[in-house]
Design a protein around this ligand. Structure first.
Ligand SMILES: NC(=O)c1ccc[n+]([C@@H]2O[C@H](COP(=O)([O-])OP(=O)(O)OC[C@H]3O[C@@H](n4cnc5c(N)ncnc54)[C@H](O)[C@@H]3O)[C@@H](O)[C@H]2O)c1
Length: 312
């Protein structure tokens, strides 16, 4: 049987590059589309074609007609919540119009299925925990709004044109290759600070609660969503809560680095408490998180240490 052709947008980024690895092991023939605004070619294994264009570019449609993928995993996005508050226009342009371009290209090139990377940010502040997929969508940031709008458009393409759409709403993703610059994930920022002998900055009082999911587990969810769950929306997290202070203490135990964090002002658009109900993904995608937080932190710390030592 010929290998399944899969296009991964944002494949040179943090989560996308892990999906490239997972897909390669599954025998996919992969093309990556990424404008390298945040991602990097060095995140990709050798031999994976990288097409460096913006997903909003009409050329995406011709490119996909050439490649004719069976499935698209769409991860390219403006991912920075604070940047979305500062410039909602740019955020909507990439996350909404960019997704529309991907959906249109999917239709024109005969793609069977689109798996969309979405976020728990679409829920806003939860009414109750854990948050199930039926919870109302009341995003607190333009980023959450653009992700919710992109989901709604994708579902419309599914209903109207029969495109198979699967939506994955991730919790806070962490792991190797997450950049510690800009408004990076809190785990990448804290570990980088600990490695540099600096005091990590906690935004707000540190009592915020999050659901941290290891990047390899997110890639595994995409793998399952390639064949299962047509038309579904799935939370991808662990279902376990930890406060930012609790996270910091756990990191100290894992890394052996002592010291107190400092506190900065809360960030605009931040959610106070988020824990995802993942039972639907377990039942319908046949997926479950495998890597616990302690193990995932140790893995990420090892990666960071190796990187700081350099290749030779
Ligand atoms: N990291 C998280 O905790 C998290 C949580 C929820 C959802 N997500 C979603 O997961 C996806 C991947 O995020 P990530 O954390 O790997 O971030 P990332 O920035 O590492 O990856 C995004 C990739 O998309 C590329 N990109 C951005 N704009 C583009 C454009 N206009 N055209 C082509 N490529 C473009 C970037 O260069 C980058 O490589 C995003 O859709 C994000 O919204 C991430």
């Amino acid at each position: 049987m010929p290998a399944m052709r899969v296009l991964i947008t944002g494949g040179a980024g943090f989560i996308g590059s892990h999906l490239v690895e997972t897909g390669r092991q599954a025998g996919w023939e992969i093309w990556v589309v990424d404008d390298l605004s945040r991602g990097s070619r060095s995140n990709l294994p050798d031999g994976i074609p990288l097409i460096t264009i913006d997903i909003r570019d009409p050329a995406l449609e011709e490119l996909m007609i050439d490649f004719r993928p069976a499935v698209i995993h769409h991860l390219a996005a403006q991912v920075d919540v604070a940047a979305s508050v500062a410039d909602p226009w740019h955020d909507a342009s990439v996350n909404l119009l960019g997704t529309l371009r991907v959906l249109r290209a999917a239709l024109r090139s005969g793609v069977r299925r689109v798996v969309l990377a979405s976020s728990a940010a679409v829920y806003g502040e939860p009414e109750r925990l854990p948050v199930a997929e039926g919870h109302p969508l009341r995003p607190l940031s333009p980023y959450g709004l653009s992700k919710a709008a992109a989901e709604a458009y994708a579902r419309w393409f599914g209903a109207y044109y029969g495109l198979e759409v699967v939506i994955l709403r991730y919790g806070n993703v962490y792991g190797p290759r997450q950049p510690a610059v800009g408004e990076a994930g809190v785990i990448a920022r804290f570990l980088a600070a600990l490695a540099d002998g600096e005091r990590p900055v906690i935004h707000g009082d540190g009592r915020q609660v999050r659901d941290f999911i290891y990047v390899g587990d997110v890639a595994a969810a995409h793998l399952q969503a390639t064949a299962r769950g047509a038309g579904g929306i799935y939370n991808i997290g662990t279902g376990r809560a930890i406060s930012i202070r609790g996270l910091y203490r756990l990191m100290q135990r894992v890394t052996g680095v002592e010291g107190e964090p400092t506190h900065g002002p809360p960030r605009p658009g931040d959610i106070r408490r988020m824990v995802l109900d993942i039972r639907r993904a377990q039942a319908e995608l046949g997926w479950a998180p495998r890597v616990g937080l302690r193990e995932g932190l140790a893995e990420t710390w090892r990666w960071m240490a190796g990187r700081r030592q350099g290749p030779g």
